[in-house]
Design a protein around this ligand. Structure first.
Ligand code: ADP
Length: 163
C-alpha cells in the first residue's frame, strides 16, 4: 500500500494541479492533497476556500483525500505513514527550487522521497500566480481552471472593485 502526499499552496487550484492529482492517483494507492497554510505567505484564497475547492474537485476520485497543514511538511510526513511526496515540474526554472526542497526535506526527515511528475504540455505555462494576474484584469481563465474556481475568482475580484 503506497500512500503519497501532494503538497502545495493551491492558491487557487488550476487544471495543471488537477492533472498531477489524477496522474498520481492512477499510480499510487492513496493520495493526500495537502494544502499549505503558511502564515508567512499571504494567500488570495483562505485555507478553507482552497481546501473546499480541492475537496469538491476530487470527490469522485476514490483514493484521493484533502488535508491541510501549518507547519513543516516533514513533521506532517513524520507523523503519518507517508511513502513519498509528489511534486510537479513545469520547466527548468522549477527544477532548482524543487531540487533544493527535496534535498532539505531528506535532511530534515531521512528517508522521505520526492517523486516528480512532469507537467502535461498543455499545462506547462500554468501557475496559480498567472491565473490571479490575468483574472485580476478581467481576463478569461475559464479554460485553465475548474468552473468553481473561475466563479470564485470572479466573485473575489468583483468584491474588490466594489470596495
Ligand atoms: P507551492 O507554493 O508549494 O509551489 P503550488 O500550488 O504553486 O505550491 O504548486 C504545488 C505543486 O504543483 C508544485 O510542485 C508545482 O510545481 C506543481 N504545479 C503547479 N502548477 C503545475 C502545472 N501547471 N503542471 C505541473 N505541475 C504544477
Amino acid at each position: 500500500m503506497k500512500t503519497v502526499v501532494y503538497p502545495g499552496s493551491f492558491d487557487p487550484v488550476t487544471n495543471g494541479h488537477l492533472d498531477i492529482v489524477q496522474r498520481a492517483a492512477a499510480i499510487f494507492d492513496e493520495l493526500v492533497v495537502v494544502v499549505a497554510d503558511n502564515p508567512n505567505k499571504k494567500s488570495f484564497f483562505s485555507i478553507k476556500e482552497r481546501k473546499t475547492f480541492l475537496e469538491a474537485l476530487t470527490e469522485d476520485i476514490q483514493n484521493v483525500s484533502v488535508d491541510s497543514f501549518d507547519g513543516l511538511l516533514v513533521d506532517y510526513v513524520a507523523e503519518r505513514n507517508v511513502d513519498a511526496l509528489v511534486r510537479g515540474l513545469r520547466a527548468v526554472t522549477d527544477f532548482e527550487m524543487e531540487f533544493q526542497m527535496a534535498l532539505i526535506n531528506t535532511q530534515l526527515h531521512r528517508g522521505v522521497e520526492t517523486v516528480f511528475l512532469v507537467t502535461s504540455t498543455e499545462y506547462s505555462f500554468l501557475s496559480s500566480s498567472i491565473i490571479k494576474e490575468v483574472a485580476s484584469f478581467g481576463g478569461d481563465v475559464s479554460t485553465l481552471v475548474p468552473s468553481i474556481v473561475d466563479a470564485g475568482l470572479k466573485k473575489k475580484f468583483a468584491a474588490r472593485v466594489d470596495k
